[in-house]
Ligand binder design. Sequence first.
Ligand SMILES: [Fe+2]
Ligand SMILES: [Fe+2]
Length: 223
Amino acid sequence: MKAAPPKAVTRELQEIRASIKAEFDSENGSHDWGHIERVLALCETIRRREGGDRRVIELAALLHDVGRLARVKQAVRLGGHARRGAVEARRVLASMRVEAGTIDAVVHCIEAHSYRHGVVPLTVEARVLFDADKLDSIGAMGVGRAFLFAGEIGAKAHNEAGVNVLETSAMGREDTAYREYMFKLRHIKDRMHTKEGRRLARARHNFMKKFFDELVLEAAGRA
Ligand SMILES: [Fe+2]
Ligand SMILES: [Fe+2]
């Protein structure tokens, strides 16, 4: 059975939830509040095996994608949502009078959660968040989010037969869920940072691979 976090920590997390949940709910479905709550739960699953400071991890999980919010994009003019999110998280946590050491630890987790930004996760807390966030991109949930994202940018369900997906471009009509799988999702299991993350990623990867293998066969005309 899960041990309940201390009341003060619960209050802190509730305060953050109350301040940003509505904003996430009005964002695109592929990065909505459901993603944040799933990452929070996956963090705890991984932390129970790998260790790490639960409070730092939970604060980082709740705040890790704030850099995607329209308000934050406007206010923090830095490249990349991980960078913007780190700046906004520092502001939010300082306003809640969280101690400096915890803020620094949370900010590192957020800066290092996206591999596009090029910051390597140096702490166990950062490695836990990285793996939890990536796990939500693969498996059944990953497939669902990939199709949702393709819909959000106006892509198709699948490219026509004969299209070499590796020659298609991102963020357009041909940026399908399958393209995302070929370019990114199928490599995620090899980029995890924790043993538990790798174990969970293998299972999710196998399911996802089965799905996309089947999709390709059906698209090629198999009844
Ligand atoms: Fe992110
Ligand atoms: Fe995320």
